[in-house]
Design a protein. Structure first.
Length: 190
């Protein structure tokens, strides 16, 4: 094959083994996968080799899932601004895995009187406002543990609804209308 020679200032013929030719011909998917795995690598130092192997396999499966997601989006001809990046896809997978488990109450330890006093001291602080992020579609439509709970009045987060609501989904942590005129709660979860 031809390579540039700086010494002769011209292209020269160089011998190349067939193994290198075959690797260069079919390396596309392997190099892409290695590059995507290296973007958000989980770096855990462990004396047990199999811990690193397990985390590497988890990252490989998430990256392969992200590639399948991109392929599906291109087949559906979605616009590029609607396709989620690999980082957003990883965050959605993590949120979906975290929200599917049923949370358990931690065991209460210590004196009850001290616990009540510390709760009263913390109640005077105002919580910091944060932007409300919609849950991943998988969690939103899973049909498990979505219970209406009452909360302070706020804007309904269902797209297209501009009403105010005091109902909050206990799993999604999103305010939704649930009254005789609007039933955004059911529409959001279907």
């Amino acid at each position: 094959m031809q390579r540039w020679s700086a010494k002769e200032k011209a292209h020269i013929q160089v011998k190349r083994p067939n193994v290198i030719k075959a690797y260069n011909q079919f390396k596309g998917g392997v190099d892409l996968l290695d590059m995507l795995v290296s973007l958000y690598r989980i770096s855990i130092r462990s004396k047990k080799y199999y811990v690193n192997v397990i985390f590497h396999l988890i990252v490989l499966s998430i990256v392969n899932g992200g590639l399948l997601y991109r392929r599906q989006c291109s087949q559906l001809r979605l616009p590029k601004n609607e396709i989620r990046s690999l980082l957003e896809f990883r965050i959605d997978v993590a949120e979906a895995l975290l929200k599917t488990s049923i949370p358990t109450q931690p065991k209460q330890r210590g004196r009850p009187s001290l616990r009540i006093r510390s709760q009263e001291e913390n109640s005077t602080e105002k919580p910091r406002r944060s932007s409300i992020r919609l849950p991943p579609i998988v969690v939103q439509h899973d049909g498990v543990n979505h219970w209406p709970a009452t909360t302070g009045k706020g804007r309904c987060r269902f797209p297209g609804c501009s009403g105010k609501s005091t109902i909050l989904c206990s799993k999604c942590k999103v305010r939704l209308c649930l009254n005789t005129r609007n039933n955004c709660f059911i529409a959001f979860h279907q």
